[in-house]
Design a protein around this ligand. Structure first.
Ligand code: SF4
Ligand code: SF4
Length: 381
């Protein structure tokens, strides 16, 4: 079984346009979209998902407040600033984590969740909702409405009236009342946590554990061109190289089950970990570049990667005719490096029209671009 990866030194060179057309031209192939940070091949191939699995990438720290003595050692040790004792929590409605300088909550009138610089609430006298620079409310002892520089209110548990520098209230999760500069106990912001485990190491109260979290999803889908393995990483998640490996493994398993001769891989752009995961063990890398100086620079970097890993590579210059001087520079560079240019592709607005129609360009048009792509396909398959 042959594996071909189509890559580029950066995004936007036309890599996915080529992969979609190759998928339309290929027979008995499995398609793998390894651009898991920004997948877009599905827009052209219209996959129908038949299997979806959770991807658990990095771990995330969690603090057990019943064990925490609030020494602050973990906050100081976390170089990603993921731990703080500012007001923070999980929005029970959507699971989003919030942190802020002050209190936050749900507007009981419309269910909107608010976070902000200061506390907000409903004025019980007229039902108006207030937000502002500072908390305000009704002093239950005398009915006076107060606004001011700082939050104030009645502690519902003991009737004492409080004022303070910042917002205060009852932590709905544990019933604890908090006042002060929004101290709510030490908590981990999962959006910042890299799962490095340093906080677990430094906490002598054993109050922190690392837990698994879902970082994205891997899919197996049916398309009219063959089975497709693809994935989607959640926003702000890392570990895309690991998810690319999941996609690669899925594509290989499906290819074996279906007796496919070929796996066509849409690689990640750049030269980082997901790119290396897209390239590992493939038979050929087709590097797509564009006739710009940055295109030449990125081409040099990606060829360094493929040559380092001993992967046979060929090049195609997309839209070569928009700057023929640069195309000649790239051609000369490839000759010096001993890398073959298979065939260049001319500029044609029909490529954009095919994208708008959400179709592979070889199915959309029979012009010069489609001819070039067919020739490239014939020479690499
Ligand atoms: S979690 Fe551990 S290190 Fe962090 S503040 Fe609490 S006791 Fe200290
Ligand atoms: S696991 Fe690492 S990044 Fe996450 S909170 Fe702990 S020290 Fe910070």
């Amino acid at each position: 079984m042959k594996q071909i990866t189509i890559i580029s030194g950066k995004g936007g060179t036309g890599k996915t346009t080529l992969v979609a057309s190759f998928a339309a031209l290929a027979k008995n192939t499995v398609i793998a979209d390894c651009d898991v940070d920004a997948p877009d091949l599905h827009l052209l191939l219209h996959p129908e998902i038949v299997k979806r699995e959770e991807f658990k990438g990095l771990k995330v720290a969690a603090i057990d407040k019943s064990k925490c003595i609030e020494c602050g050692i973990c906050e100081a040790a976390c170089r990603f600033h993921a731990i703080s004792d500012n007001a923070s929590g999980v929005d029970a409605r959507d699971g989003d984590f919030f942190t802020g300088v002050n209190a936050s909550g749900v507007d009981a009138r419309d269910g909107d969740f608010f976070t902000g610089v200061n506390a907000s609430g409903v004025d019980a006298r007229d039902g108006d909702f207030f937000t502002g620079v500072n908390a305000s409310g009704v002093d239950a002892r005398d009915g006076d409405f107060f606004t001011g520089v700082n939050a104030s209110g009645v502690d519902a548990r003991d009737g004492d009236f409080f004022t303070g520098v910042n917002a205060s209230g009852v932590d709905a999760r544990d019933g604890d009342f908090f006042t002060g500069v929004t101290k709510s106990g030490y908590a981990v912001n999962p959006a910042r946590c890299e799962g490095c485990g340093v906080c677990v190491f430094v906490c002598d109260q054993d109050a922190i554990i690392l837990t698994e979290r879902v970082s994205g999803y891997a899919f197996i889908s049916k398309t009219k061109y063959g089975t497709m393995a693809h994935a989607q990483l959640n926003i702000a998640e890392e570990a895309s190289g690991k998810l690319v490996t999941v996609v690669r493994n899925n594509s290989q398993r499906v290819a074996e089950e279906e007796g496919s001769d070929l796996i066509l891989i849409d690689g990640s752009p750049g030269i980082g970990c997901p790119v290396i995961a897209s390239l590992t063990g493939v038979d050929l890398a087709l590097v797509v570049t564009e006739p710009t100086m940055s295109g030449l620079h990125d081409l040099a970097r990606i060829l360094d990667v493929t040559q380092h890993f001993g992967i046979a590579s060929v090049v195609c210059i997309n839209k070569y005719d928009i700057n023929e001087a640069n195309s000649r520079r790239i051609t000369g560079f490839c000759q010096e490096r001993g890398v073959m240019i298979v065939r260049n592709i001319p500029y044609d607005p029909v490529v954009t029209e095919a994208m708008v129609a959400a179709m592979p360009v070889v199915e959309f048009s029979d012009g010069a671009v489609s001819d070039a792509i067919r020739e490239i396909w014939a020479s690499i398959q």
